[in-house]
Write a protein that binds this ligand. Sequence first.
Ligand code: NAD
Ligand code: DAU
Length: 351
Amino acid sequence: MSKKILITGGAGFIGSHVVRLFVNKYPDYRIINLDALTYAGNLENLKDAENAPNYFFEKADILKADEIKNIFEKHSITDVIHLAAESHVDRSILSPLDFIYTNIIGTVNLLNIAKDSWKENLPDHRFYHISTDEVYGTLGEAGLFTEISPYAPNSPYSASKASSDHFVRAYGETYKLPYVISNCSNNYGPNQFPEKLIPLFINNIIHKKSLPVYGKGENTRDWLYVIDHARAIDVVFHEGKDNETYNIGGFNEWKNMDLVKLLCKMMDEKLKRSPGESDQLITFIKDRPGHDFRYAIDASKIYKALGWKPSVTFEEGLGHTIDWYMENQEWLSHVTSGDYQQYYQNQYSHR
Ligand code: NAD
Ligand code: DAU
């Protein structure tokens, strides 16, 4: 039987790359993109895929169980790849409850509907939950997160993601719902909403606005190009073992300040500005509360067991990303109008 895959959050940053990859690579599958189109969801991200015969879009909220159940029935969904979430740590500090609703209750709604819809032949189906390395908490100067690192989330966002991971696992144990979970490091690339570090700073450099670095800029993140994450999701979905977790990352750690300086240098070259010009925009502001010091993924399980590894270096990926934002100013101006201005004021004006 050909698969009918429900991809939730497919209009968002990572989801849109996953939808595009699956629509193009698997013409025999039906890909149903379910998205509530919150501030982070944007169908402009999928303009090139929207006319494909195997692509369907359903605007729906994962909190509305009846709507989701109807969509399951209408499309005879066989598998789920679940990306829909509130995804920004700073917003979770401003309004934690939104994260509890979407990330926990929304996930449990999907689990209930999947288990009930597939009850006749559970082993033929798969619920793939997309999670984050932030569930493991923070690292000191040394060490890496592995699949057996204890969960120790520090922000409302990561606590909500940790909780959703636990529910997925619990449904696997209690109801025998076949699942797989992957926990990925920080993504970057085209179509990322400019509230996250890299697209925010690219946008600000273009417009010669200040670059608000939290604290001393010593925190470290492990960066992966979004298209490589989508490739990993494809591999885990098809080859991953039931009821297993896979960490996804590219062994690519950067201290925030080193990354910001590299970004300034690359953009000064591309914008034909004088060397060091964008460095002048760097401004140190009050730290994020509960700011995790360091994330770093040990991705050896997925490298060895599934043969996946990243396809681009960080410099290549960052180059493509900067080019994409410079060539898609209209996309940027659409997403930064309206509510974004309000969010920006709230987040940065008092610090
Ligand atoms: P995003 O914020 O860009 O997109 C989230 C999408 O979910 C949006 O299209 C939004 O409209 C949709 N959505 C939100 N609430 C919804 C609801 N109630 N019902 C239906 N749709 C809803 O997020 P992203 O950065 O693409 O992240 C996608 C997933 O990957 C998330 O689960 C996130 O936790 C995880 N993740 C992200 C990263 C990263 O670096 N961005 C890294 C690891 C894991
Ligand atoms: O690790 C995976 C996670 O990565 C995902 O699960 C999240 O969805 C995603 O948002 C991301 O979380 P981070 O908090 O690491 O990403 P963010 O881009 O918000 O911040 C990256 C680093 O940059 C972090 O140390 C905070 C810092 N930062 C961020 C912003 C927005 C700044 O210094 N200034 C800023 O204005």
